[in-house]
Design a protein. Structure first.
Length: 166
């Protein structure tokens, strides 16, 4: 009897996990600041917004690509809420009006999205670059060709974002 109960619970758990994974993989970020995004108002300006289902506990988007313009490795005891002063997100956003500029955080921050793929205790100034590597590589060339700021060290990174609503 215990074996049957365990087997039933295992099947339910696998089904629930598979359903959650499918749902998460279909949530995409709102990469164009001028395009419609129903949940845009729920996010801080420095986060990349995405549409999500109400009542979600842990929500994660499908992977996307970003160009990392600047990054900083924080000491383990640093305050992840603070954005480095040389991250001039607004100026970069003016330069790339059709690509959302955001601050990605690879550390725990209750007030911001989490970003997978960035690295532990890393904060980065990033620009949305598309859903494919080809789009991201083409956008990286545009970023590096821009004379407004020094982006010679910019690179492409595959990320996903989300939040923990618990």
């Amino acid at each position: 009897m215990k074996t049957l109960l365990f087997l039933c619970l295992a099947v339910v758990f696998l089904f629930a996990t598979d359903t959650f994974a499918q749902k998460a993989s279909t949530m995409t970020v709102c990469g164009d600041p001028g395009a419609a995004c129903a949940k845009r108002g729920a996010f801080k300006d420095e986060d990349i917004p995405f549409n999500y289902t109400e009542g979600s506990v842990v929500t994660e988007t499908a992977p996307f690509y970003a160009v990392i313009v600047k990054s900083a490795k924080l000491p383990e005891d640093a305050d992840c809420e603070k954005t480095p002063t040389d991250f001039d997100r607004e100026s970069v956003q003016i330069t790339f009006q059709r690509n959302k500029v955001f601050v990605a955080r690879g550390c725990y921050s209750i007030m911001n999205n989490f970003y997978n793929g960035l690295g532990t205790n890393v904060i980065a100034l990033a620009v949305y670059a598309g859903t494919t590597k080809a789009q991201a590589d083409a956008f990286l060339k545009k970023v590096k060709a821009n004379d407004f700021f020094n982006a010679s060290d910019a690179y492409v990174l595959r990320l996903s974002t989300g939040f923990n609503g618990t």
